[in-house]
Design a protein around this ligand. Structure first.
Ligand code: SF4
Length: 296
């Protein structure tokens, strides 16, 4: 969708932002007709794939939003990301990895020192326990390396399927669908599935797309959920895929008001990563404690 990547400048000087949707999803008559006729499986699959293609044009730079330099850092960062933002994790991990760069180092950490460093991410006692346990398991059972297989990863303390897929997809190039809160919300809004159980959602969505798309699809959908299709106030009036969305109108439809709801690079704010990939069009996130409006 060419209109999705335009030169519109966001509130605070974004370099790239989505076009406010000028296309109405459907005329009243055709919307009524379409509503009366349930969408076939084939039509839904075609629409889903088209949404994916359009999101690929809107977010050609979609990527994992955790900073990491190796599989161990990604694993630890993903465990820390439970119940907090990727931004907060990214602001916390530089000090953590400076002190404990390897599983061997982290396995030997004094629990209270580890807890103090990761405190900003919340639930720090439980997370410290997971990090100590998984570091010891990596050291003792996997030769100090993060394993590249789902069945091994999920045996590590604090590591479930979601974490395992993030690590496999982004550190090992193994295709996987990451069903987080954004992904689940959006695919239900788009009527790709009605399931709420993440394992069932994963199974249904993986049947719609070829394996080669799974990892990037996950990034694009999560990017869209964080920037435009928010849980509380989706910015429908500024959404480039509005014509394909059955939930259009669930959020703000006025283009000017909707544009004000956009987040991160779409709204001209810093992103979540302190070290984003070179093609990221937004600004890097500020370090912990630094001044910097993030609208996270
Ligand atoms: S609910 Fe609104 S913001 Fe979300 S995808 Fe649909 S049109 Fe876009």
């Amino acid at each position: 969708m060419t209109g999705a990547r335009n030169s519109a400048v966001g509130e605070q000087g974004a370099t790239r932002a989505p076009a406010p949707s000028t296309a109405r999803p459907k005329s009243k008559a055709s919307a009524k007709k379409a509503a009366a006729r349930p969408e076939s499986r084939l039509a839904m699959v075609r629409r889903a794939r088209r949404i994916n293609r359009e999101l690929a044009e809107v977010y050609p730079y979609a990527h994992p939003e955790l900073d990491f330099r190796n599989p161990f850092e990604l694993l630890v960062a993903t465990v820390l990301s439970a119940q907090t933002t990727d931004l907060r994790v990214n602001q916390t991990t530089p000090a953590l990895f400076a002190k404990y760069p390897t599983p061997e180092d982290m396995a030997e950490a004094a629990p209270e020192e580890l807890e103090e460093i990761i405190r900003p991410t919340g639930f720090f006692r439980m997370k410290a326990k997971s990090l100590l346990g998984l570091s010891a398991a990596l050291r003792d059972d996997f030769g100090g390396e993060v394993p590249g297989r789902l069945e091994d990863l999920v045996t590590l303390p604090g590591v479930g399927r979601k974490t395992a897929h993030v690590v496999l997809g982004n550190a090992f190039g193994v295709p996987g669908i990451t069903v987080d809160t954004h992904f689940g919300r959006l695919v239900r809004r788009w009527k790709w599935t009605e399931e709420t159980d993440p394992v069932k959602v994963e199974a249904e969505i993986s049947a719609i797309f070829p394996k080669s798309e799974w990892t990037m699809l996950s990034h694009r959908v999560i990017f869209h959920g964080r920037r435009i299709c928010h849980a509380q106030k989706p910015a429908c009036g500024a959404c480039p895929i509005a014509p394909l969305c059955p939930a259009y109108g669930e959020g703000e439809t006025d283009p000017d008001k909707a544009r004000k709801l956009l987040k991160y690079e779409m709204g001209g704010y810093p992103g979540q990563r302190l070290n984003p990939p070179p093609d990221y069009p937004g600004r890097p996130a500020p370090p912990l404690g630094a001044n910097g409006s993030t609208n996270a």
